[in-house]
Every structure is written in structure tokens, then in C-alpha cells.
Design a protein around this ligand. Structure first.
Ligand code: ADP
Ligand code: MG
Length: 263
């Protein structure tokens, strides 16, 4: 693991994707509907261990639904999803395994407002992983240090800036020692001056070799860390490829239009 928390601007993170190992995530012709609305259309996606995938696309294209299906915050109706070799199903034990292995960070932080930063980070390790309190606190302080806010441990979420709260949310997810981290637009609720501190934290996490799927429109971040960019529109994966290829040589009008709107 690297202790280097901030990269030089523009430096890219070397790929850690392991194509020789079974995929961390495998989605095979996944379909999902909300009532009559077909929100995921034959989505097939394989993410290698250690790979970093950025998912982008217009609002309403199914990006959140896609990643929420991976940790079963939503259920799909057709196709298969395997996480670290375990198929998602209604089997409670399978679900337990997956929830432990997959960490998630949301746009809106979702910290518990009545718990301190430290308590937010130790809650799941103590109650889900059955970790002794002292050990959970030590681990939490280690991750709060990695996201550079150990001094905030005794405060409550409301006393922190948005950028700090989002870094706590990342530390909290890491305290469960996940194998895979999912991010759903983690910087889109932040003021511009706080976006960089959260992206820097995500870049340093990428450097550790974490498997990551990030829904984001931060294309600088995508260029710096993504092994692959996946472009979704209307529930479909329309195009995917290396960031530079996708941004400089979009093959479809849909991606060209999308890029012209965000860049
Ligand atoms: P994105 O994250 O790309 O903006 P979403 O995955 O949130 O897209 O949404 C995809 C589509 O599914 C949208 O049309 C949205 O309105 C719809 N949708 C999302 N969640 C629900 C839900 N819980 N019930 C009904 N429709 C939903
Ligand atoms: Mg979304």
C-alpha cells in the first residue's frame, strides 16, 4: 500500500487490473425494470480485480441503478450478477458476503448525524464484523488518518464541511475492508473548492490497487485513474474503452453529444 496521499497533477496511476484472476464483478445480460420503465437493457460488464472503471452518461441513463444492483440495493429481474464469484440471489448468506465485500459511497454522504465521526466509522465493524471496540477504533483512526482528518474524530457530521464528510464516508466504507468500492457521483453535491480533496482521496485509494467503479463526470479523474470508461445512455452500455480513446475518438453520436455537453 502506498502512503502517498496526493499525486502530482496530471500524473496517472499505473494500472493494477488483474486479468489473470477471476473477475471481481461480472454482469451478464442484466435487465431491470421499474414498473414499465426498462432501466437496464442487456447490460454485460466484467470488472477485473484491481481494475478502475468510470461510468458516465446523461442523467436518468441508469448509472445509479447499475451500481445499486451490484450490492443489491436494487434487484435485477433478468441476467446474472456475480461479485467475487458469488452470484447475487435472495440467499441471505450470499447477500451478507457481498455486503461485506462491497463498500459504497453516495452523493449525499449518508453519515449518521447523531453519531460522532469515529462512531460512524466503528459502527459496522463492531456490529457486522463483530470486531472488538478498541480494535475498531484503532482501524477507524488509521483510515481517518489516510483521508487526512484524524483530528475530526470526536466531532459530529454537521460540524464538518461537505468535503470532509465525504472523506469520512470513504473512510467509513474502508473500515469494512471491502474488496470493491462503488462510488455514485461522490463529488456532485460538493462546492467546487471541495471536489479536489475528495478526488485526491479517491486517487490515493486507486493507488492501493482497490477495485473501483465510480460514477462520475470528473473527466480529469477518469483520465488519471480509469483503466476503462463506460458510457451509458437509456439503460444501455453504448461504448466503452480507455479514457483517452473515449474522449478523443468517440465512436457514437450519443457519446459525442454527451462529451460536448460536459467538457
Ligand atoms: P442515473 O443515475 O444515470 O441518473 P438512475 O439509475 O438513477 O439514472 O435512473 C434510471 C431511470 O430509472 C430514471 O428514469 C429514473 O427516473 C428511474 N428510477 C430510478 N430509481 C427509481 C425508482 N426507485 N423507482 C422508479 N423509477 C426509478
Ligand atoms: Mg445517479
Amino acid at each position: 500500500m502506498s502512503d502517498n496521499l496526493v499525486l502530482e497533477p496530471g500524473a496517472s496511476v499505473a494500472s493494477t487490473a488483474r486479468t489473470d484472476a477471476p473477475p471481481a464483478i461480472l454482469m451478464d445480460r442484466v435487465n431491470k425494470w421499474f414498473g414499465a420503465l426498462h432501466v437496464l437493457r442487456d447490460v454485460t460488464l466484467s470488472v477485473a480485480l484491481g481494475e478502475r472503471v468510470v461510468v458516465c452518461g446523461p442523467s436518468g441513463s441508469g448509472k445509479s441503478t447499475l451500481i445499486r444492483c451490484i450490492n443489491r440495493l436494487e434487484t435485477h429481474q433478468e441476467g446474472r450478477i456475480l461479485v467475487d464469484g458469488t452470484e447475487l440471489s435472495d440467499d441471505v448468506r450470499a447477500l451478507d458476503t457481498i455486503r461485506r465485500e462491497v463498500g459504497m459511497v453516495f452523493q449525499s454522504f449518508n453519515l449518521f448525524p447523531h453519531l460522532t465521526i469515529l462512531e460512524n466509522c466503528t459502527l459496522a465493524p463492531i456490529w457486522v464484523r463483530r470486531m472488538p471496540k478498541a480494535q475498531a477504533e484503532e482501524l477507524a483512526m488509521e483510515y481517518l488518518t489516510r483521508v487526512r482528518i484524524p483530528e475530526q474524530a470526536k466531532k459530529y457530521p454537521g460540524q464538518l464541511s461537505g468535503g470532509q464528510q465525504q472523506r469520512v464516508a470513504i473512510a467509513r466504507a474502508l473500515c469494512m475492508k471491502p474488496k470493491i468500492m462503488l462510488f455514485d457521483e461522490p463529488t456532485s453535491a460538493l462546492d467546487p473548492e471541495m471536489i479536489k480533496e475528495v478526488l485526491d482521496t479517491m486517487v490515493s485509494l486507486a493507488e492501493t490497487g482497490m477495485t473501483m467503479i465510480c460514477v462520475t463526470h470528473e473527466m480529469g479523474f477518469a483520465r488519471q485513474v480509469a483503466d476503462r470508461v463506460v458510457f451509458m445512455d437509456r439503460g444501455e452500455i453504448v461504448e466503452q474503452g480507455a479514457p483517452a480513446d473515449m474522449f478523443e475518438n468517440p465512436k457514437t453520436d450519443r457519446l459525442r453529444l454527451f462529451l460536448s455537453q460536459i467538457l
